[in-house]
Design a protein around this ligand. Structure first.
Ligand code: HEM
Length: 546
């Protein structure tokens, strides 16, 4: 066949493969490796065929041009379809976001994807197309319809498909509803009343380590963002694995925290573009990710060796289920490894971000500290002599403390651009607007929390909006720091226990302020959203109360 005809046939094949294959369903995981294999095979085939007639160099060039015709036609067809014919074509959004998912890593490049989403709502309205098949929605109606228990939206065909440990999913990434339900039962059991009492004791133990550290650093600048991370890390060691890392005493990041940050950061930087994650998994993962997985597995192995039923921790419940005659969920030992990784990821950085920003809002305003101290006075020693108890720090007993926590998590939510859900095949109606089926939808927490649609003066820290000034909240349903529905945060209660105790004890024993030279700008400016928000640096000086 003549050269021109071959090019034409190749281009036609490109268009046909789009219309017959790529256009149907989500091909984000399988298509890239296929395209690569196809290219190499086609190139080799054409090359061996043309080398005979044209010689090595000319044969190679001819083969390349013919195969490029295929890809140029394929991608041109995809782009034209996405702009003019895609079911989401009428939704507004940045032009390049409609054309290619490669726009997502660009949006997420500086770790400010959550802020960019909030800006998009200002520019484009309440529903914005942020990728060829993705929408972000600013609406309490969407929040309910996407996340509530009866929702037909699912995690299938989304980024969750590629997050696993050697093929084993964890509670958060499992996409099958029934599988999720049975795992959730095991996890929920790990947060029963008796277990929570034990976890509170661990949390208090960690608080005392933190108080001890502060006593040794009196008058010196303390890297408060770092310690805000070490506190939940230590807590997770005890509550998750009955282990003690000693990181607060050392005063520096444990390697585990480093691996955690790099692993999460690289996913965050991709802006939920997930075929590179699938590809990386297929070739064994990045060295940091593998190191993180190994450490988490080692912690499981260590816990299993000393399997002590008396010791309350989350692993105890997962292992118990695995060792039972008829496991509810943990049918394979690998599942425990996968869950242990989820535990480290979900339970450390989240509390870390909440604490860092809580210290920030307290340190910058002595009046807030003073008011909190006054509230704490009658609560100190109320149930336990010489101690604070979570029981006495609830919303009814300590409204101002909880208002500070709520307001901090409203403004600086740790999971600020939470995960997507795929709409059911029949589509979904949100605020009277029809969203087609099989579309990835996000209801981004940060943008919801900072929207003037739901909160008056949304960018101002006003804890009183949760107490004496309720008029500053237009729609309370928009506040969902732990999400809602079947995937609501399983660690919500322990997260609140840790945050309450840390803030109560610290404020009780110490007055704190920005360290000399600290202007309080970096914590927010340099905060990076790598799936979970990581606060920028903040240095404070802590002075023991007289
Ligand atoms: C301030 C602290 C925390 C915040 C703001 C937070 C927030 C969230 C959010 C928003 C989700 C839903 C994510 C999604 O599906 O898009 C979630 C899920 C989850 N969280 Fe948390 N979390 C916190 C602390 C914790 C802690 C301490 C643990 C562990 C003990 C934990 C374990 C989990 C797990 C395992 C899930 C998956 C639940 C499921 O899919 O059923 N979280 N969290």
């Amino acid at each position: 066949m003549r050269y021109e005809l071959l090019c034409l046939a190749s281009a036609s094949a490109g268009i046909l493969s789009h219309l017959l294959y790529f256009i149907r369903g989500n091909k984000a995981i399988h298509a890239p490796p296929w395209i690569l294999v196809f290219f190499l095979v086609a190139e080799c085939f054409l090359y061996t065929r043309s080398i005979h007639y044209l010689g090595a160099l000319q044969g190679f060039l001819t083969a390349t041009v013919i195969s490029l015709c295929y890809f140029t036609a394929l991608f041109t067809s995809i782009i034209i379809y996405r702009i003019f014919f895609h079911p989401l074509r009428h939704f507004p959004g940045p032009f390049f976001a409609k054309v290619t998912k490669f726009y997502s890593p660009w949006m997420a490049r500086d770790g400010k994807l959550h802020e960019r989403y909030a800006e998009f709502f200002e520019t484009y309205g309440d529903i914005v197309r942020v990728a060829p098949n993705e929408l972000i929605v600013l609406s309490t109606d969407a929040q309910q319809k996407v996340h509530r228990a009866s929702s037909r939206c699912s995690k299938q065909d989304t980024v969750y498909e590629v997050v696993h440990y050697q093929g084993y999913k964890n509670l958060e990434t499992v996409v099958d509803r029934d599988e999720h339900r049975s795992r959730r039962q095991v996890w929920d059991k790990a947060f029963n009343t008796k277990a929570l009492e034990a976890y509170e004791t661990y949390a208090r133990e960690v608080v005392y380590e933190w108080l001890g550290k502060m006593a040794s650093l009196q008058g010196q600048p303390v890297n408060t963002s770092l310690y805000s991370l070490l506190i939940p890390f230590e807590n997770m060691g005890r509550m998750g694995f009955s282990d003690n890392f000693g990181s607060i005493q050392k005063g520096k990041e444990d390697p585990m925290l480093h691996y955690l940050e790099v692993t999460l950061g690289s996913i965050g930087k991709l802006g939920a573009m997930y075929w590179p994650i699938a590809l990386l998994n297929a070739i064994g993962g990045s060295s940091d990710h593998v190191a993180f997985q190994k450490l988490a597995c080692k912690m499981v192995d260590k816990r299993e060796k000393i399997m002590d039923e008396e010791k309350e921790d989350i692993l105890k419940y997962l292992i118990q289920d695995y060792r039972s005659k008829e496991p509810k969920a943990m049918r394979d030992h690998m599942m425990i490894y996968a869950e242990a990784q989820a535990l480290m990821v979900a339970g450390t950085d989240t509390i870390g971000a909440a604490l860092a920003f809580a210290f920030y809002v307290l340190a910058r305003d002595p009046q807030v500290q003073k008011k909190l101290y006054a509230e704490l006075e009658p609560l100190y020693g109320r149930t336990m002599s010489g101690e604070f108890a979570n029981h006495d720090l609830g919303e009814a007993e300590a409204p101002y403390l909880n208002a500070i926590i709520n307001e901090t998590m409203r403004m600086y939510n740790p999971t600020c651009s939470n995960g997507p859900r795929s709409t059911p095949p029949e589509g979904l109606e949100v605020d009277g607007v029809f969203i087609p089926g099989k579309v990835d939808v996000y209801v981004p927490i940060h943008a919801m929390h900072r929207s003037a649609k739901f909160f008056r003066e949304p960018n101002k820290f006003i804890p009183e909006r949760w107490t004496t000034r309720p008029e500053l909240i237009i729609d309370k349903r928009a506040y969902h720091p732990f999400l809602l529905g079947p995937h609501t945060c399983v660690g919500r209660r322990i997260a609140l226990i840790v945050i309450r105790l840390v803030l109560a004890y610290t404020t009780w024993y110490y007055e704190f302020e920005f360290a000399p030279g600290e202007d309080g700008v970096a914590i927010d400016r340099d905060a990076v959203n790598g799936q979970i928000l990581k606060a920028g640096k903040l240095e404070c000086v802590f002075t023991q109360r007289a």
